[in-house]
Design a protein around this ligand. Sequence first.
Ligand code: ATP
Ligand code: MG
Ligand code: MG
Ligand code: MG
Length: 350
Amino acid sequence: MKIKLCLLFGGKSAEHEVSLQTAKAVIKALDLTKFDIDPVFITKDGEWRKGASLSAPVEDVKELQFGQQSEVSPAEAMTNVPAAPGATYDIVFPLLHGPNGEDGTVQGLLEVLNVPYVGNGVLASSAGMDKVIMKNLFRDAGLPQVNYTSFIRSAWEQDREVSYLKTEEEIGYPCFIKPANLGSSVGISKCTNRAELEAGFEEAFQFDRKIVIEQGVKAREIELGVIGNDFPEVSVPGEIVAKKDFYDYKSKYVDGDSVMVIPAELSEGLTEELQRMAKKAFQTVDCSGLVRADFFVTEDNQIFINEINTMPGFTPYSMFPLLWENTGVAYAELIEKLVQFGIGRYQEKQ
Ligand code: ATP
Ligand code: MG
Ligand code: MG
Ligand code: MG
């Protein structure tokens, strides 16, 4: 029996284009003798459009940007109901990043519809999307982090000076200001003085009503992949060597001027410690399916966890799949494993 899979991609997010590229790569990797794939494109405006079942890989992402006539409701798209009454998918694969995709909202809809899906559930997705909640959970679990504080927009608007003074007192310079609920470094600033701090608050509050401010560290950036459900497996560590001051949006997607070193050159002891912490982070946020855990490692080998990403970049050239390839799990096999973890998690709940 073929596995009926619904692939969700695009989305109302800054990472819309990345998602389309990823969808194309995932379709190419899936064995069409084992999978029936129904593609669902979410436009930048948030409209859901469903394409015909795929019988061959697509050559160009344009083939995945279906026209208006294929518009369906989210529930119809994910249950396959209009095509065949009562039919549901074996698995839905939400290849979406950022708000409305990676944050538990789509996952909640899938729970209500009672359809199995790839990746993290509602709680892990939403807790992982909100950097303040995530950091509070890591703190409770005893995972080492840099100092941080957070503000909501209304408090800042009431008395900006108090917010700045509190930040300078508790965090100091350099610091990083981030919108609480984003990814891809969107809205993030590094601040080394009061003027930059004020500009950084303004910038981050354009993207979110809540921001987090962290102590800046001079450190190597190491990332690890975790997959599984109750018994997660951890990949080898990889390092991002950014040529810029920090790994910002431009160096991620525009210039591509950062290099990945996999496996990262680290002692056996540090590697094991990072793998232990990555697994602990996965379990702390009650993750399932997959996570990429991002760390800082300082010159004197201190480790700090930076964040987890519950739907990490997933093109064949992204860190997460490359980490697994270097751990012995090729791209196509990784996708099949994620599908099986999704089905397994659903069955366990029943
Ligand atoms: P993504 O989800 O794409 O990994 P993000 O938007 O969630 O990114 P972070 O990973 O938190 O953002 O930060 C982006 C980058 O900013 C980091 O990769 C790092 O280069 C730099 N950075 C963030 N926080 C700090 C910090 N406390 N000290 C030093 N550098 C930092
Ligand atoms: Mg992130
Ligand atoms: Mg992200
Ligand atoms: Mg990151």
